[in-house]
Design a protein around this ligand. Structure first.
Ligand code: SAM
Length: 301
């Protein structure tokens, strides 16, 4: 019945990001209750059912636990269900058009865009954080970039870096049509040189949120640089950290051997990166099974 540990770690992080003080939990598992209490400030209050006198800031309804699916990477009909019944109906029109053009023009490469449900999650997170200044490393045609720009306030800014300007220009008309082009500073460059320039400038430590979605072999190096650029309390999010689930399999495993060569090549980098993050005490972290795996790191100091 307990909420899984990674979900609990995410909820704890969310409570801290929100500066939540007054919460409610419907369904008593003890585990999430304790995690919530640990995440609240000293003068925070957790309401149990029957003890409510005021409207709480956040409510955790317990889902039906009869299906033990919570630890699986969502796929097939379940993913379809999430998309059709939850994500697509709320997708912004320009995001939908950008997604469709990406599929048409980029064919199989369109799989590089973040899935709709993940983009919606990131948008909500940015709004909860009141993020104003963000960075995206790995833009492609701009699905996650447009989702970010839509989530930022009118004076918000996202520094978007990609080597591939042509892909960015595929999505640009939809960004402009959505009226958020002024929030984007696109830099065509290798991200490392942009990050080094920023680290050496007064921009140091001032980003609320950094989204890393580039080559997996570079994640460890990006992490050290991103840690210098994100503010304390800010979030660095790394995409594809479950790498199609390959991280959980050994090379001799039947399931693993059927995976494409491109996955096989980068798997060890993703595994090493995941190990590095868990042992990095400068951040609070959680690995979410949304999309292809999303690791959130909240800088502690
Ligand atoms: C997975 S795609 C990004 C997808 C994008 N976030 C989205 O949701 O549509 C990865 C992108 O990272 C870019 N990239 C890879 N390594 C890079 C680097 N060192 N500097 C800048 N861009 C890089 C690639 O050109 C590619 O467009």
């Amino acid at each position: 019945m307990n909420v899984p540990a990674n979900e609990t770690q995410f909820l704890s992080m969310l409570l801290k990001i929100m500066n939540a003080k007054k919460t409610m939990e419907i369904g008593f598992t003890g585990y999430s209750l304790l995690a919530t209490a640990l995440a609240l400030p000293d003068d925070g209050r957790k309401y149990n059912i029957g003890e409510l006198s005021q409207v709480p800031e956040i409510i955790f309804p317990m889902a039906d636990l009869s299906l033990n699916h919570k630890y699986l990477i969502v796929h097939g009909p379940v993913l379809e269900y999430i998309l059709e019944k939850n994500a697509y109906p709320r997708e912004h029109q320009q995001l939908k058009e950008l997604r469709e053009v990406t599929a048409e023009k980029c064919g199989k490469r369109s799989v590089m865009s973040v899935p709709v449900d993940e983009a919606q999650f990131l948008s909500m997170l940015l709004r909860i954080m009141n993020a104003k200044k963000t960075m995206e490393i790995g833009v492609f045609t701009g699905y996650s970039l447009l989702a970010t720009a839509l989530a930022l306030p009118d004076d918000g800014q996202v520094t978007a870096i990609d080597l591939d300007k042509e892909a960015y220009e595929t999505g640009l008309p939809f960004i402009q049509k959505a009226g958020v082009g002024h929030k984007i500073n696109f830099i065509q460059s290798d991200a490392f040189s942009v990050l080094d320039d920023l680290i050496n400038s007064e921009e140091n430590s001032s980003f609320d949120f950094i989204f890393v979605d580039a080559e997996k072999e570079d994640y460890m190096k990006f992490h050290e640089k991103a840690m210098k650029l994100v503010r304390i309390g800010g979030i660095i999010a790394y995409d594809n950290t479950l790498w199609l689930g390959s991280v959980a399999y050994g090379q001799d495993d039947e399931k693993y051997s059927g995976m494409p060569e491109s996955i096989w090549k980068s798997k060890d980098f993703v595994v090493q990166f995941n190990e590095l993050i868990v042992s990095d005490h400068r951040v609070e972290t959680c690995l979410l099974s949304v999309g292809d795996g999303l690791t959130l790191c909240r800088r502690l100091y």
